[in-house]
Design a protein around this ligand. Structure first.
Ligand code: ADP
Length: 315
């Protein structure tokens, strides 16, 4: 295997789905260019219909691109289709498992499919790491939903791919399983696997990913280190809980972006470079507000996401 700088590199990737029946043609990817460095946990965020699945499916060899270039682990998907696909593991949302196989048999079958020699297989190791060690000989139909999910991750790992794509892996998964999956993702990452994940759980992307790309209408609207993306928003919200619930925003604070919340507290959003909290509190006191409690909120990824994706009208 080569040792490339980028785990995935795509240049001007485009996909137009042809018109079918009454459906007009659909431009799903409008020139995506991304360089995903080897060794990162990279987040791919975007609303439904943004093009994330199309992007992943092109890399996985399931959808044919219209134009552009893509390589996985330095291997061009056109010139070296087999090798490039062998460098990639994809975990989809769907659970596809034959109920009459055991997890052990299923993984062995996948390993055979990828041509992994018997001596190099890590079937038991993978199952154990995902908490399925004691279920290796159970029938898949006897596994819980969460166990089947973990089995899907195991399946994507049998050929030891240097790049792993997790497509909304925790959608509809309970908190405990989500923790377990994320712990394992971190472990894989620590061992050198490059992880790309799509998720709607923005807090998780914020917590897990070192770089985040935001995709909207088939275009990359932002691609930055997570901290940098967050620092774009140099504002905070001060929340004042008054002793007596307020009925209106006091005149002293009317010049600020102050909103009365349904519980009678006041949320004042301010640019940290322009206004200090002290100044706002002075104004609140001048307005005769007795302060029972105070807190501040920094913008999170959800705010960045909304700010960036609402700039363009839907196609
Ligand atoms: P995401 O995964 O971000 O939700 P998709 O890649 O699934 O986005 O979809 C991108 C756009 O392409 C959407 O408008 C979707 O309706 C359209 N699309 C996806 N698959 C097909 C297909 N097989 N045929 C036609 N249009 C499709």
């Amino acid at each position: 295997m080569p040792n490339p700088e980028f785990a995935i590199e795509v240049r001007d990737l485009r996909k137009t789905y042809a018109a079918t029946g009454k459906m007009p043609e659909k431009k799903a990817l409008n020139g995506i260019s991304l360089q995903i460095p080897a060794g990162t946990i990279f987040g791919l965020l975007g609303p439904n219909g943004a093009g994330k699945s199309t992007f992943i499916n092109i890399l996985a060899g399931l959808v044919k691109k219209t134009s552009g270039n893509a390589s996985i682990w330095g291997l061009d998907i056109d010139a070296e289709p087999r090798q490039s696909r062998a460098a990639l593991g994809v975990v989809n949302q769907e659970v596809v498992a034959d109920p009459f196989f055991t997890p052990y048999e299923m993984l062995e079958l996948m390993a055979g499919f990828y041509g992994v020699p018997k001596a190099e297989r890590r079937t038991v190791e993978i199952l154990t790491a995902l908490g399925l060690g004691d279920k290796k000989d159970a029938y898949v139909r006897q596994l819980s939903g969460g166990m089947k999910r973990r089995l899907m991750v195991a399946k994507a790992l049998v050929h030891n791919p240097p790049v792993l794509i997790l497509d909304e892996p925790t959608a509809g998964v309970d908190v405990e399983l989500r923790r377990l999956l994320w712990d394992y993702v971190r472990e894989l990452h620590a061992k050198g696997t490059t992880i790309i994940l799509t998720t709607h759980y923005l807090e998780e992307a914020e917590e897990l990913c070192d770089t985040i790309a935001i995709v909207n209408h088939g275009e990359v609207v932002a691609c930055e280190p997570t901290a940098q993306l967050l620092s774009r928003l140099d504002y905070k919200t001060l929340i004042i809980v008054p002793r007596e619930p307020l009925t209106a925003v006091p005149a002293e604070l009317a010049m600020h972006d102050a909103k009365l919340r349904s519980d009678g507290s006041l949320a004042i959003t301010f640019k940290t470079a322009e206004t200090g909290i002290g100044r706002l509190l002075e104004k609140a006191r001048a307005a005769g507000i007795g302060i029972a409690d105070l807190s501040t909120k920094s913008p999170d990824l959800e705010d960045v996401f909304v700010a960036l994706t609402s700039e363009k009208a839907p196609a």
